[in-house]
Design a protein. Structure first.
Length: 326
């Protein structure tokens, strides 16, 4: 509140300058010319007005509801932050493109020269890569978190690592090994090979991780592109309490990595090895991702989630419901 002892003439002069500068958008040089004041005097009056509390800035956004959803999601989970886009289409690919664009912007804002970026494959990460358009080249190294999947070129992790490095202006390091070994022993052998071990060690020390969140519900699930399972097997997994696929690992509805045989055959960095990463960003969109997102959030694997309004409304409703029940 303005000091009542402030000289009235000075107060009016400050008010006039503040209105001209903040309301009418005039430059300080123009104000000084109009009021016959020096530029330094105008600058001092503006500074004095700020100090006296005469300037109050209020920002109003047409997307305030999205900001509110982000806050609710963070409050109901172990996330540090969230990015929620408006749900503008009922077409899954269109909406995923919208979410991918938001994640691409976040990634570019987050990265610093010298950073290592570790990513998974999948449709969500592909959507992010296609939207990347930094204003300058970034001196970063992009590495995969998992082995590759034969026959899935555009969503394969090595392809996306190469594309991301190209778009960011950085360099790529690839893992020339399959995602799924034939048995645990073969998995250990592959992970011990120097070219694979070198990349995965770099991935474990990544500054930024970008990963999708997969559904294991039978209809439309991309997990069946990764593992040789039948639809009946998928239904059985759901009945056993498996809730999500994360970095190719099956995650229980309780948020823990499932004790399932296929998990022991994965040529991939384990989710628990990301704890020291500066930021772990998850990207997912759609009704079929609500339960998988909830499972991954329970596990505390992510620091940031990027999703759409309709998806997060369902996730938040369930998470807040759990809190109320507890």
């Amino acid at each position: 509140m303005v000091d009542t002892l402030l000289d009235y003439a000075l107060a009016r002069q400050i008010q006039t300058v503040l209105v001209m500068h903040f309301i009418e958008g005039m430059k300080q040089s123009k104000i000084s010319e109009r009021l016959n004041l020096s530029t330094s005097k105008v600058n001092r009056l503006i500074a004095q007005g700020r100090k006296l509390g005469m300037v109050q800035i209020e920002i109003s956004s047409p997307w305030q509801r999205l900001t509110d959803l982000e806050r609710r999601l963070v409050a109901a989970s172990r996330l540090r932050s969230a990015v929620v886009t408006p749900t503008l289409s009922d077409k899954p690919d269109t909406q995923l493109g919208q979410v991918g664009g938001a994640a691409a912007n976040l990634l570019v804002e987050t990265l610093r020269d010298g950073d290592v970026v570790a990513i998974t494959g999948g449709k969500a990460i592909s959507a992010v890569v296609e939207k990347l358009s930094p204003e300058r080249s970034l001196d970063v190294t992009v590495v995969p978190l998992t082995g590759g999947v034969q026959g899935k070129y555009y969503t394969d992790v090595n392809h996306l690592v190469s594309r991301m490095a190209e778009r960011l202006g950085g360099r790529a390091m690839l893992v020339h090994a399959p995602l799924l070994a034939e048995n645990r022993e073969q998995r250990e052998m592959l992970c011990a090979m120097h070219p694979v071990r070198e990349v995965f060690e770099l991935a474990r020390r990544a500054n930024v991780v970008l990963t999708g969140i997969g559904s294991i519900a039978p209809r439309g699930s991309s997990y069946y592109d990764l593992a040789p399972l039948s639809e009946a097997d998928g239904k059985a997994l759901v009945n056993l309490g498996v809730g999500a696929e994360f970095m190719a690992y099956l995650i229980g509805q309780n948020g823990r990595v499932a004790d399932y045989a296929l998990n022991s055959r994965l040529v991939a960095v384990h989710p628990s090895e990301l704890a020291s990463c500066r930021q772990v960003i998850g990207v997912a969109s759609g009704a079929q991702k609500v339960d998988p997102i909830r499972a991954v959030l329970r596990g505390g694997f992510l620091s940031t989630l990027v999703t759409d309004e309709r998806t997060v409304e369902a996730v938040v409703a369930r998470l807040e419901g759990e809190v109320h029940v507890a």
